[in-house]
Design a binder for this molecule. Structure first.
Ligand SMILES: Cc1ncc(COP(=O)(O)O)c(C=O)c1O
Length: 386
């Protein structure tokens, strides 16, 4: 018996390595310009790096408190109050996590019971559905329709059942670069207010929003925030995706359940990084306040550089992604097109269909513009030649 090699029955059959890892690897092999995976090719703020080194050198190297270092939770509370007019309790409502990914997983695990239905809007970020499946839940997908990819409250209402437990939304939205408005949240609230349904709001791009009134957070809605977990990521905000520090905000009773998962998933997050982030938030708030302008300039630079191409760009009101319709260049499906684009044309992109279940007949690819202008110019010149 002990000689037989054991192969576990997969709890996530059909799932392989993510497209992001695969495209980045393909880009590396073919020395293509990598606009696929969402990470900057420039570094984060000097002060943040200095503070990390300082805290390491000054002995702040043991476990942080399970819920997060107190100065960081305090700084997150201050930032939230300043931006959204609502101050979460930094002791009970804020939990620092190993990136937004951990916060999403902990929230889904805490809230979803076997047989519960969870509504996701497709295209949706790839970590949601596996977490729901592991919790024994069932994903109900609502397809957002291009080119606006707008939220339709009537469609949501029609899809809600007695088993609906959680709605997962993402604004600014990866990959469609659209945002939710205050009216969308008001409509969502009308649909769910008399039901026991929770909201998981993935707001990792909260500081990369180009909408006229700025980012609209669930935290600014007094009703919704009482039953929501709102997730953010310092990786996006400070150009440090490799640090993997994020957080979630939820009312005390919900946070208590999320923390029960978090304490056995990671227990606590990297101490010196948390303390450095607290220093950074306090000392240089202009970094995140100026981020929309920083990325707006990159979006416009890249869009203008692509003006002579046969790609048709869709509007971008948030995130550091642009969607491009390539149907004037090729009739191939988007996965084949991205493979060809990487191996033959020297630019790596992500096919939109990987964010959706079932057939997705559109010819759209996602391009990441969190890159130095030289990188964007070099990519644009290759894309303009197609
Ligand atoms: C919509 C969305 N949610 C969550 C994450 C994960 O963030 P983190 O790297 O902080 O885990 C990402 C990263 O790309 C994202 O785009």
């Amino acid at each position: 018996m002990s000689d037989i090699p054991l192969i576990p029955q997969s709890k996530l059959p059909g799932l392989g390595t993510t497209i992001f890892t695969r495209m980045s690897e393909l880009a590396r092999q073919h020395e293509a310009i990598n606009l696929s995976q969402g990470f900057p090719d420039f570094d984060g703020p000097a002060y943040l790096k200095e503070r990390l080194a300082w805290h390491v050198a000054h002995g702040h190297n043991q476990y942080a408190p399970m819920s997060g270092a107190a100065p960081l939770r305090q700084a997150i509370g201050d930032k939230t109050a300043g931006l959204y007019g609502y101050r979460p309790d930094s002791d009970t409502d804020i939990t620092v996590t190993a990136g937004a990914t951990e916060a999403l997983f902990a929230a889904i695990t805490a809230l979803v019971r076997p047989g519960d239905e969870v509504i996701c809007f497709d295209p949706s970020y790839d970590s949601y559905a596996p977490a729901v499946a592991l919790a024994g839940g069932v994903v109900q997908r609502i397809a957002l329709k291009p080119p606006a990819f707008g939220f339709d409250a009537a469609e949501l209402s029609a899809r809600i059942s007695d088993r609906t437990r959680l709605i997962i939304l993402n604004t600014p939205h990866n990959p469609t670069a659209t945002v939710w408005s205050g009216d969308d949240f008001a409509a969502l609230w009308q649909v769910i207010r008399s039901r026991e349904i929770y909201v998981l709001s993935d707001e990792v791009y909260e500081h990369i929003c180009f909408a006229p009134g700025g980012h609209c957070s669930v935290l600014a809605h007094p009703g919704l925030r009482q039953r929501s977990v709102v997730v953010s990521s310092f990786g996006k905000t400070f150009h440090m995706t490799g640090w993997k520090v994020g957080y979630c905000i939820a009312p005390a009773a919900i946070s208590a359940e999320v923390r029960k998962v978090h304490q056995y998933l990671t227990f606590a997050v990297n101490t010196p990084a948390q303390l450095a982030l607290a220093d950074m938030l306090d000392a240089e708030p202009e970094h995140y306040l100026n981020l929309p302008e920083f990325y707006r300039a990159k979006r416009d630079y890249f869009s203008q550089a692509l003006a002579g191409s046969r790609l048709r760009l869709l509007p971008c009101t948030g995130t550091y992604f642009l969607l491009a319709d390539y149907s004037a260049i090729s009739t191939a499906d988007d996965v084949s097109f991205c493979h060809w684009l990487t191996t033959e044309a020297g630019v790596a992109a992500i096919p939109l269909s990987v964010f959706c279940a079932g057939d997705f007949p559109h010819h759209l690819v996602r391009l990441c513009f969190a890159k130095q202008n030289e990188t964007l110019a070099a990519a644009a010149s290759k894309l303009c030649a197609l």
